[in-house]
Every structure is written in C-alpha cells, then in structure tokens.
Design a protein around this ligand. Sequence first.
Ligand code: 16G
Length: 262
Amino acid sequence: MADAAEQIFASVRNAAQRGAPLYLQLKKSIEDAVHAGIIGPGDALPSERDIALKADVSRVTVRKAVQDLVRGGILVQRHGSGTFVAPRVERVEQSLSLLTSFTEDMARRGMTVRSTWLDRGIYPPSPDEMMVLGLSSKEFVARVSRLRIANDTPLAIERASLSATALPDPAAVGSSLYAALEKTGNRPVRAVQRISAANLGEADARLLDVPAGSASLNIERISYLASGKVIEFTRSIYRGDAYDFVAELRLSGRADNAGAAA
Ligand code: 16G
C-alpha cells in the first residue's frame, strides 16, 4: 500500500500545520481511507515506525491513534504479524416472522455453521427459569449454551434453558437443538421474542471477537409447543454489526375493510 500510505499520511502532515490534535487527525485519516476503500479488509498497515516517519508525528501519537481504531473495531492487531484493517462481516438479514433454527437460517444462506459449547448440563432452575418454564424448585432444568459461528465468524452467544423432562440428556444434542427436539416431538411451533440493544462486556466481546463495548442485540425467545406449553427459554446475544432483523408490517384491518367495501 505504498501509494495509499503516502496519500493517507500526507494529509496528517498538512493538518499538523493547522494545529489540529495529531492523534485524532491520524485516526481520522486512517478511518477515512478505510471508508473510501483506499485500504480494505485484511490490508496490513505500515509499521508504527513507518507511519510516524511518513506522517511526521511521534510513535506515541501513532500508537494512540491505532489503539483507538482497534477499540472501535476498524483495525485489528495480531501479535507478531502487525496491524490490519478489520475483516468486513457479512450482515445477516433475519426475518422475524418465521420460527427457524440458527442451523436452518445459515444453511439457507449457504453458510457453514459450527458451535463451541460453553455449557451443557442439568441444573436446579434459577427463579427466572422456574417462572418461564413453569418448573417447581424440585424439578431440574437442561442448559445448552453455545457460541454460534457461521463461515468462521462468531455471530451469537445462545443460552437455552428447557425443562429436563423435555431434554433429559443435553450432552446428546448434536449440532442443532431444534433437530434434537424434533426427534422427541418437542420442536416448538410458536415463539415470542423480545429484542433489546446493549453493549458487550469484556467476556462476551472476547467470545464474539469484537472490541468490548461494541453494540449487541439481546434476544429473549420463549417458544411453545402446539399444546401451549413453554418448551424453550433462550437468552441470546447477537453481534450488532452482523445482524439485521426484518419484520413485515401490515395496516391493521385494511384487507378486511377493503373486502367489505367491495
Ligand atoms: C435460533 C434461536 C434460538 C434457538 C436456536 C436453535 C433466535 C434469536 N434464537 O438461533 O432460540 O435455540 O435457533 O438453533 O433466533 P439450532 O437448532 O441450530 O441449535
């Protein structure tokens, strides 16, 4: 990126003459270059020393600008190999009107799915689980917690709780929870989902491979069997930079009224 580097860092030298704060100017120049596509996902940045020389600023200034951009998710640092423009995450558009599983959603998009197990086992239920799943304190809950990964990008952390009667052996769940429930006639047919905005804490951000404080969507899904019984209570954290939830809306009663008038 020799020419690109000249172009990016020359503007910092000019800004310096106008007395603008240097690390912010350098940060903005790099950010603008990424947004304009002058440097793209995966491109390596010159070394700290080279940037300092080209932009005519101190290495401390370069470090400060780069650290800010890493925190903001624009750049990534790999130990031993340098600093790169962060890979672009393909956004996933998810319909809010279909009750599908993560595996089905990703397979439909031709993406390969895998999960890392965070927890699976039988536990005494928490007060929330007792209330939502209708369990007594003497009954047990099956917990299935996974990091969901599509095309090698971690997209969501999902923590599902089910009555241990419906899922007596959580260790037997393979790659799909809904496929396991289908086998025992326990696949949900209806669900209510609550979505709220949040910022990721350190631990969840590390799992999702984004900077701490990044935007996320917290989703709570309560799913029902045809009998009306709750089968699943899942709390998920989705990456805000990777998901668009899409809902189709209709004007209430419009079709009926139009029909009545005709
Ligand atoms: C979806 C559901 C989750 C369900 C999972 C089953 C949302 C927000 N969550 O990710 O509640 O447990 O699918 O997926 O849509 P699986 O069958 O691939 O394990």
